[in-house]
Write a protein that binds this ligand. Structure first.
Ligand code: SF4
Ligand code: SF4
Length: 489
């Protein structure tokens, strides 16, 4: 055991004793191969690239960030259009006011999002990862900030290798300033989805933010800074669960970023004027640009790898090279495994989109989406909860009547004040002895004490099922809630 103490050995020698077995040895003999069980992390310096897919990626950056940063500032009547008010236990999504009892709708939205992801992955691979995932989007923005402060790939490599100087310090400091400012703004915006963002902004300006608000602004900001600034491809490779199970949604007709090895090999450098056929070379000039632009640092020429996030930066880079060499574009392209193996053209690839797996996902997605919208359209615009008053189970009051007391919570899910009529049924002679009509303000909920009375001897001793009927007097809608009426012995 002594030999395994961390202080005693830095590297654990691993000896292969069978095809799938290893043995940890305490002494390293000359024929034992030494190796660390962890691979040292190599920093990746992705080169920036222009092209069709780069434009699409930036378009997605603008669209997603416009929505994320802009939505909390959007007003809907007198309130924030999208607000998940956890303290008041109310969610506002444009015209919808949702209570915790409406959680089923949020679950429905999550199911639709997940199914959409499955559907698009089955059709076109990891498009979400390559274009819209926050990790990709923020890495793209952070890389851009890095480029404007430290320069492109070769300049960054030189800067990192050079000793500290005033120029290096200024560039690094400018990058850190921009990264931290963007991260804090992102954290602030995130918290603005959970509390009114204008109020949060005023508190921030007056240095008057509460401890939880401060914690979440800095926590989310720190997560953005760490993930997009430093972790980058590590998040996709080692932390993201979707990267792990997305292969289950792939088949041989799924669009992936592929290198056409038949056309590209054997690879090799040559002059622009040389005829590759006479040199017995393929179209790949082995410039490694496709590797240099890859944000995950892989070589797509080695085939489909789980690290590939389908960002298509290598397609743009290779197309640029093909243009310069006057070769046809598409040595690296979106294609399918079947198309590559069988030499299919685009119409045959497109015809395989409508295959059973895709149709199954599409039908399920359509059914759930229709059900969700139908149920939202038909939902009663208020909710009712009933709890019995635990202080007094049942009592005899004047006139010889048995009285039970309850508390009703009426939740108005509309944007205007509403009147409701309360009645109770279930026992002959059961009457409401408290206020029968109540008002609840727009989007508010109100607790109302409700008293029911029953003539003595109208029911046997014990517990009897009754129903509260609550009816909206302004809008349509009727809710029935079950409870019990206790008759003492
Ligand atoms: S960018 Fe194209 S030509 Fe250059 S190494 Fe990659 S595949 Fe070959
Ligand atoms: S291999 Fe190409 S598509 Fe895949 S992550 Fe790298 S650059 Fe993006």
């Amino acid at each position: 055991m002594e030999n395994l103490k961390p202080s005693s050995r830095k590297v654990i020698p691993i000896v292969a004793v069978a095809a799938d077995a290893v043995q940890i040895s305490s002494s390293a003999s000359s024929d034992v191969k030494m190796g660390s069980i962890y691979q040292a992390q190599k920093k990746i310096y992705p080169r920036s690239v222009g092209g069709l897919f780069s434009k699409w990626r930036w378009a997605m950056v603008f669209i997603t960030q416009l929505v994320f940063y802009g939505l909390p500032w959007l007003e809907w009547g007198q309130r924030q259009a999208v607000l998940f008010d956890l303290e008041a236990r109310r969610f506002y999504i444009l015209g919808l006011v949702l209570y915790p009892q409406d959680f089923i709708y949020l679950a429905g939205i999550l199911v639709i999002s997940a199914l959409s992801l499955f559907l698009f992955t089955a059709v076109a691979g990891r498009q979400w990862c390559g274009y819209a995932c926050p990790q990709t989007v923020y890495t793209e923005i952070f890389l851009w900030l890095e480029k404007i402060t430290e320069g492109d790939r070769s300049a960054r490599l030189r800067l990192d290798a050079s000793p500290m100087s005033s120029n290096k310090f200024m560039r690094k400091a400018a990058k850190q300033f921009l990264w931290i400012a963007l991260s804090l703004w992102t954290g602030f915006t995130f918290v603005g989805y959970f509390m009114p963002i204008k109020e949060l902004g005023m508190n921030f300006i007056r240095f008057n933010m509460g401890p939880w608000e401060t914690f979440w602004v800095f926590f989310y900001g720190f997560a953005t800074y760490g993930n997009a600034g430093y972790m980058r491809e590590q998040v996709c490779k080692y932390m993201c669960p979707y990267a792990r199970f997305q292969s289950a949604m792939f088949d041989k007709d799924t669009l992936i970023v592929t290198y056409d090895a038949v056309r590209g090999e054997p690879r090799g450098s040559r002059s622009k004027k040389a005829d590759p056929a006479s040199l017995t070379l393929g179209s790949c000039i082995d410039c490694t640009l496709c590797v240099q632009v890859c944000p995950t640092g892989i070589d797509i020429r080695k085939g489909l790898q789980y690290e590939c996030i389908s960002c298509a930066a290598c397609i743009d880079a290779c197309d640029t090279v093909m243009d310069k060499m006057n070769y046809p574009r598409g040595l690296i392209r979106y294609s399918t495994q079947n198309a590559l193996a069988k030499g299919w053209a685009r119409p045959q690839i497109l015809s395989r989109i409508f295959r059973p797996r895709v149709l199954t996902y599409a039908v399920i997605l359509l059914l759930i989406t229709i059900s969700l919208f139908a149920s939202l359209a038909l939902r009663v615009p208020f909710k009712v909860d009933v709890i019995r008053d635990r202080a007094s189970l049942a009592r005899i009051v004047s006139g010889g009547k048995i009285e039970n007391v309850y508390r009703l919570q009426v939740m108005n899910a509309t944007e205007s004040a509403q009147d409701y009529r309360i009645t109770a049924t279930g026992l002959p002679g059961l009457i409401l002895a408290s206020e029968g009509t109540i008002s609840v303000k727009a989007t508010e909920s109100r607790w109302i004490p409700v008293t029911l009375q029953l003539p003595y001897d109208a029911a046997s001793a014990g517990s009897h099922e009754i129903h509260f009927e609550v009816e909206s007097l302004n809008a349509s809608g009727h809710v029935t809630e079950k409870s019990v009426f206790l008759v003492p012995r």
